[in-house]
Design a binder for this molecule. Sequence first.
Ligand code: UDP
Length: 316
Amino acid sequence: MGKRKKTVVITGGAGFLGSHLCDRFVGEGMKVFCVDNLITGNINNIRHLLKGPGFRLIRHDISKELRLTGPVDYVLHFASPASPVDYLNYPIPTLKVGALGSHITLGIAKLKKARYLLASTSEVYGDPQVHPQKETYWGHVNPIGPRGVYDEAKRFAEAITMAYHRYHRVDTRIVRIFNTYGPRMRINDGRVVPNFIHQAMHNKPLTVYGRGTQTRSFCYYSDLVEGIFRLLQSGVTTPVNIGNPDEFTILEFARLVISLSDTKSKIVFKPLPTDDPKQRRPDITLARKYLGWVPRVKLKDGLKTTIEWFAGQGKI
Ligand code: UDP
């Protein structure tokens, strides 16, 4: 008898990051259970995996109980609406999947004695008053603003993950994911990367919110997946930032998208959304030290590939 394949449960596995993780774990020879209710995920992201023997899609809302038969070695909780526009459209599902979904997935990890990894976010730092953001910073979050449904759900998710770790001895990991981009983002998810690419493709003005002086640091998906994979294999049980520390203003970013696209688009300024963080950049000292991880893909290169991918999607 051959050795049993390791089994990993990935919630949100049909989403942007989740589906890239499914690819990675299938590629590592593991059996993948992808749990997704497809409210913001897309079956096209995983269609190529559906016929493979090591992959199964379970269409399910992970805010509700899920019984799985057989052993599970890893549980990765990635299900959640993840763009400001999506969590405005789905405020209650966002709260539920962060809170109830974390409870349910931790319960699965506890029952199966599996290692658990929570997808947390730089949003736990809110509109940060410390720059760059280290994992020791407690954040500056408006609990009742429109972004609060995501920020507070993820903060709760971190709290319950640490509680299961301390009280039930579940073997847990927490990744705080900073802005990430790449193929399989939804063109209409409202985030700055697909918005600007879509606008440039159609020669429409790029909509810079506010004066465009707010900053973000963009990580290519392949770097992020590598960081998450290393964190899962590591022994680090406290939160770890994974993101790219190269910081750009949104206006610089708009100009970069225009310069890399064959477009006549100009820039227009629109009102800044409520509680939009003014600056964001990860301090990745921990990831560098404990995971030996640094991002490799430069924004210009990752953006070129992403623009080509969107262009290859037909009429969007
Ligand atoms: N943004 C923008 N124009 C757009 C979409 C977003 O100027 O069409 C800005 C947004 O206000 C924010 C930044 O780009 O400052 C990143 O926004 P995104 O929605 O990608 O995610 P966030 O980092 O705010 O969670």
